[in-house]
Write a protein that binds this ligand. Structure first.
Ligand SMILES: NC(=O)C1=CN([C@@H]2O[C@H](COP(=O)(O)OP(=O)(O)OC[C@H]3O[C@@H](n4cnc5c(N)ncnc54)[C@H](OP(=O)(O)O)[C@@H]3O)[C@@H](O)[C@H]2O)C=CC1
Ligand SMILES: O=C[C@H](O)[C@@H](O)[C@@H](O)[C@H](O)C(=O)O
Length: 312
């Protein structure tokens, strides 16, 4: 069991284990086994979402592990068709996971979709574009997030995929500042300016797709491999340790037991091993021509991110 998983303190005093298991695109059986294995190996943080369609199987994995609920940090996310029905969506997530509270609940994307459209999760217009609910305002989604926090159903609330522009739609009327902004953050997409802004507001950045997601090109990057070899680490360890060194939460996903184990222990080893010069070198990769985003769903509105593909 990996010891000494670092924790990060939120602006509300709650603490989150800095390494969490990702669960996107993990099938039912795989995710149950992955979660059980991860918890037995020392993970204490699982990143979930209603939209992943596998929360029930995450819950089975948690129970199979024998680790008490109170020792586990569970995050889930409000899918876009539910922005006007936060408590109802949260109740579904709680029932799926088999728990009566979440440690962290996030707005998954800053884009409300039509709740009465032609699909429960991905409603489309006749022209094939996502059916955005232009009548709904994000600040009202945030009010409902604040309400479920006040009811005690979640311990912390936050956002995901919010640029500075989108955060500015909710902050002026927010009673509670988001604890977290979960973003695509890795060596090819470090978003230095946005991270600086988040830190100035006391919002913790969480790094999703820290390994470059599926079919990753980060794991074979020449600079990453060279740094890994120099320290006798794996490339994945370097990618994770780099983000931990920058005080971000990392969410590596794997359904492969050996990788689940090594991602946790390797991330911690890399955090202890990487030098300031290594971190500075990795910080510069994107600006040196390697900038790349891997997760760019076809939202038909401006999200306010740098380096997002031009609107359709
Ligand atoms: N808020 C949001 O919009 C988003 C949130 N997320 C969250 O972040 C998590 C992580 O992001 P994700 O996009 O899944 O991608 P990751 O960057 O975590 O990469 C996952 C991929 O890397 C492989 N992998 C894992 N460990 C290793 C290793 N040590 N060596 C080689 N390959 C490895 C996995 O394969 P295998 O499983 O076969 O081992 C999988 O194909 C998600 O699962 C989700 O929880 C992700 C995207 C968007
Ligand atoms: O968390 C993972 C991602 O955000 C994923 O939920 C989205 O990319 C979704 O597949 C979409 O197409 O909008």
């Amino acid at each position: 069991m990996a010891a000494n998983v670092p924790k990060i303190k939120f602006n509300n005093g709650e603490e989150i284990p800095a390494v969490g298991l990702g669960t996107w695109q993990s099938s039912a059986d795989d995710v149950k086994n992955a979660v059980e294995h991860a918890l037995k190996e020392g993970y204490r943080h699982i990143d979930c979402a209603w939209g992943y369609g596998n929360e029930q199987h995450v819950g089975e994995g948690i129970r199979a592990s024998g680790v008490p609920r109170s020792e586990i940090f569970i995050t889930s996310k409000l899918w876009s068709t539910w922005h006007s029905r936060v408590e109802e969506a949260l109740d579904q997530t709680l029932a799926n996971l088999g728990t009566d509270y979440l440690d962290l609940y996030l707005i998954h994307w800053p884009v409300p979709l039509n709740p009465k459209g032609n699909h429960p999760a991905f409603p489309l217009l006749p022209d094939g574009k996502r059916d955005v609910d232009h009548s709904w305002h994000l600040k009202d989604t945030w009010k409902q997030m604040e309400a479920v926090l006040k009811k005690g159903k979640v311990k912390s609330i936050g956002v995901s995929n919010f640029s500075k522009m989108k955060l500015e739609e909710i902050l002026p009327s927010a009673e509670i500042v988001p604890a977290v902004d979960q973003l695509e953050l890795h060596v090819y997409n470090p978003q230095h300016e946005l991270v600086k802004y988040l830190k100035s507001k006391g919002i913790t950045p969480q790094a999703y797709s820290p390994l470059g997601s599926t079919k990753s090109t980060l794991l074979t990057d020449a600079d990453v491999v060279e740094i890994a070899n120099k320290h006798n680490l794996q490339p994945a360890d370097v990618l994770l340790g780099y983000l931990l060194a920058k005080e971000m939460v990392v969410l590596p996903k794997s359904v492969t037991p050996s990788r689940i184990t090594s991602n946790l222990s390797g991330a911690i080893r890399a955090l202890e091993t990487l030098t300031k010069a290594d971190v500075e070198r990795l910080d510069g990769l994107a600006a040196a021509g390697k900038q790349n985003r891997f997760i760019t769903p076809p939202w038909p509105i401006e999200l306010g991110f740098d380096n997002w593909p031009k609107l359709l």
